[in-house]
Design a protein around this ligand. Structure first.
Ligand code: SAM
Length: 250
């Protein structure tokens, strides 16, 4: 079963996106969007959030974009994001200890996201086979998605055509490469090639350049996912930003 369809991960991701911060680490979907917007200050008509999970970064983008589409493979995550967009709230439960859970509620109004919700739209779909009718976007965000895909190169090949000239692609990831999600022959980095290490950032450059230009330096953003009252994942993502040139290089 896809873990992103389970009660356990639904609760964890609702808590990660909308619950309390832990150990002083800022809310990660919000921090990713703030970092992206610090670089992309110009056109804010359409944005796309790939692997949006339960929607926090989609709503955060919708604070300033006219229209934001969030896409995720998980039916449950998208159904929950839809409930949030339509009703402004969702109940969920998080594991405290063993079989003990606590009940929690997300209220978009408490996060100042009620107006943004009207500009956020969610679709269940596969980021590796995106619908050609999606159109183009001023900003495309793929948060912690690249290392959960069976074919990252196929995913990346679609991106230049989704970003408008002058627009921005933002990829964040801790590069947690796991064979259960991506078989090693499909990895684009994280291994030795011709006697030297090929890191994920270089693998991304090989896939995306010259259609998209890497904006340097890359940044690092920490995040914390709460598993139980006493167990937390504390992780460090690299955020890379890629600009589509206004005019293709000759
Ligand atoms: C590690 S979570 C990250 C979610 C969110 N962006 C965040 O940063 O909290 C990976 C997400 O990618 C989704 N996903 C996995 N494979 C996908 C695919 N082929 N197309 C779209 N979404 C996918 C999962 O359902 C899950 O919501």
């Amino acid at each position: 079963m896809n873990p992103y369809e389970t009660d356990e991960l639904l609760g964890q991701y609702l808590d990660f996106h909308y619950g309390a911060e832990h150990f002083g680490v800022p809310n990660y979907p919000r921090a990713c969007v703030e970092l992206a917007l610090a670089t992309h200050s110009d056109h804010r008509e359409r944005a796309l959030d790939l692997g949006c999970a339960v929607g926090r970064s989609t709503f955060e983008l919708a604070r300033t974009f006219d229209e934001v589409i969030g896409i995720d493979l998980s039916h449950r995550f998208i159904a929950t994001a839809d409930v949030l967009a339509n009703t402004g709230q969702s109940d969920y439960r998080v594991r405290e200890e063993g079989e003990l859970f606590s009940q929690q509620t997300v209220e978009l109004s408490a996060l100042g996201l009620s107006d943004a919700a009207a500009r956020a739209h969610f679709q269940q779909g596969d980021a590796c086979a995106l619908d050609a009718s999606l159109g183009t976007f001023d900003l495309v965000f793929a948060g912690n998605l690249i290392d959960r895909l069976p074919d990252p190169a196929a995913f990346l090949a679609q991106l230049p055509n989704l970003v408008k000239p002058g627009g921005l692609l933002v990829i964040s990831s801790p590069y947690t490469l796991l064979p259960e999600y991506t078989s090693p022959e499909k990895w684009i980095g994280g291994f030795v090639q011709d006697g030297r290490p090929l890191r994920m950032l270089e693998g991304l450059r090989r896939q995306l350049e010259p259609a998209l230009e890497l904006q340097t330096p890359t940044r690092e953003l920490p995040f914390v996912i709460r598993e139980t009252a006493r167990k937390y994942q504390h992780t460090l993502a690299e955020v890379s930003l890629w600009r589509r040139p206004l005019f293709p290089s000759t």
